[in-house]
Design a protein around this ligand. Structure first.
Ligand SMILES: Cc1ncc(COP(=O)(O)O)c(C=O)c1O
Length: 466
């Protein structure tokens, strides 16, 4: 049934059919009825409006004759495309599908690996069994049963020490970060330390919340805690398991120093653990949060491990921050989709999530090795930073190699890739770099993309060994 919200002019000077035609024409011209929209059958509209069917047929015929409607035999009547031609495209340039390009930009997810069948099974089982409680409003922080599952899962795989009532399900990490920034600002913070290089999108979130991101350098041991201490900030956002975008892991000693710093300044550490699942097991340390649950806000996300479209993330907050975060959240929205939360918990409880991650981890490990082998063979003088982690490899280029020229050269070979400067908060004298993301490209595509990068390097003078 296609219904239509329509009110007809009660002015009786014109016939009913003319008034109906005018009302429909107005809706089309004003854009409420858009091109391609199916309108109700004449019988249905006549019933809905309490009119005789001949009145509706007459109005429809007139609008078809005027080019507003289009009648397709057997499939119904539609608002014609010519009624209001679309101006431009709704897609921004970044979203333009570029099917002929190899996209090696960091920040993607392998959505082709999304476990569709498992997810369908979980959604089906949740929808079949959902009662009034599951279909009604959940607490804004998330359904208690889901938070119980998540607390158990995070404790099991990441050593996170939390309780369900200190966990909050968020709409992705993005919302978690925005909530935290708001709470920090309410507590009087004006600045937040961020890793430099790091994620420009996160800096924008922080700045939008009225805080100033302060860049803290990262070296081969991770975040420079000495520089953090010298910066004067009292809150820091960090990716200790696998620094974004270099993939460097924060060493055990630096972790201790970081926690000591937080205690000394009475500050907070926000641990962004979004891709820790892909760190090779031998190199994976428990979450930083396990060292100081009273100082570290642990944050995770389903975006890289399942799909960004789910918009599911979580925060495990220190007890002292739980209530302030909940207060802010209560004023923002009334929580995330309870059905999605339950489907996710079901995936975890049935072991499907662990199975999926095992497969994905092995796949990313293969891609990472392919990048490292390709660099060793075809990009002499280029050094990968970081180890067995991350969904991208940070390649330090020789000083003579201009980063922008590499990016442009790769683009001319249909490869999209970003230079290190894209991820730099301060534009200082750091060596040129290229950040090669491999989350969204499978085997052969990755090989083609890397070949394009090597060709760009060769063109600039990089000698290729045979
Ligand atoms: C550094 C970093 N943290 C977290 C996320 C996950 O964000 P969200 O859960 O909002 O998709 C991303 C996604 O690209 C990221 O790059």
């Amino acid at each position: 049934m296609w219904h239509l919200n329509l009110s007809i002019d009660s002015e009786a000077r014109e016939t009913l059919a003319a008034r109906l035609r005018n009302a429909l024409r107005r809706q089309i011209e004003e854009g409420a009825l858009r091109s391609g929209t199916r309108v109700p059958s004449s019988r249905q509209l006549a019933t809905d409006l309490g009119l005789s069917r001949t009145v509706v047929v007459e109005a429809y015929e007139q609008l078809c004759a005027e080019g507003y409607l289009l009648s397709r035999r057997g499939s119904g009547t539609f608002v014609a495309d010519s009624a209001h031609p679309e101006v431009g495209s709704a897609l921004t340039p970044d979203e333009t599908p570029e099917s002929d390009l190899w996209d090696l930009r960091a920040g993607g997810s392998d959505v082709s690996a999304f476990p569709r069948q498992d997810w369908i099974r979980c959604v089906g089982s949740v929808v079949r069994s959902a009662g009034p409680r599951e279909l009604g409003y959940a607490p804004p922080s998330g359904l208690p049963v889901v938070r119980r599952t998540l607390a158990g899962y995070l404790g099991r795989v990441r050593g996170v020490r939390t309780r369900p009532d200190h966990l909050m399900i968020t709409s992705g990490f993005a919302q978690g970060l925005a909530l935290l920034c708001r709470v920090l600002r309410d507590q009087g913070h004006e600045t937040v330390g961020v890793e430099d290089p790091g994620h420009p999108g996160e800096w924008a979130f922080i700045a939008d919340a009225g805080l100033r991101p302060v860049g803290i350098p990262v070296d081969r041991d991770g975040l420079r805690v000495d520089q953090l201490a010298a910066s004067g900030v009292r809150a820091v956002l960090t990716t200790p398991a696998s620094h974004f975008p270099t993939g460097v892991a924060l060493t055990a000693q630096r972790r201790e120093h970081l926690v000591d710093w937080a205690r000394a300044v009475d500050g907070w550490i926000v641990e962004d653990d979004f891709d820790a699942a892909f760190v090779a097991r031998a190199h994976r340390l428990p979450a930083l949060q396990s060292l100081a649950p009273d100082r570290v806000v642990y944050a995770g996300s389903a975006s890289k491990v399942l799909a960004p479209a789910l918009r599911l993330g979580w925060l495990a907050a220190p007890p002292a921050l739980t209530a302030p975060i909940e207060r802010v959240r209560a004023g923002w929205d009334i929580g995330c989709s309870g059905l999605d939360q339950l489907a996710f918990a079901r995936l975890v409880d049935t072991g499907g999530f662990d199975r999926h991650l095992r497969r994905l981890r092995a796949e990313f490990q293969r891609r990472r090795q392919a990048v490292h082998q390709h660099v060793a063979r075809h990009l002499p003088g280029v050094t990968p930073l970081g180890g067995d982690a991350g969904l991208q490899t940070y390649l330090v280029l020789p000083r003579w190699c201009a980063e922008d020229a590499m990016v442009d050269g790769a683009r001319r070979r249909s490869v999209l890739v970003r230079g290190g400067r894209h991820y730099a908060l301060r534009h200082d004298d750091r060596p040129p770099a290229l950040v090669v993301g491999y989350a969204g490209v499978r085997g052969a595509e990755l090989g083609r993309g890397l070949a394009g990068v090597a060709a760009a390097y060769r063109d600039l003078g990089g000698r290729v060994s045979r």
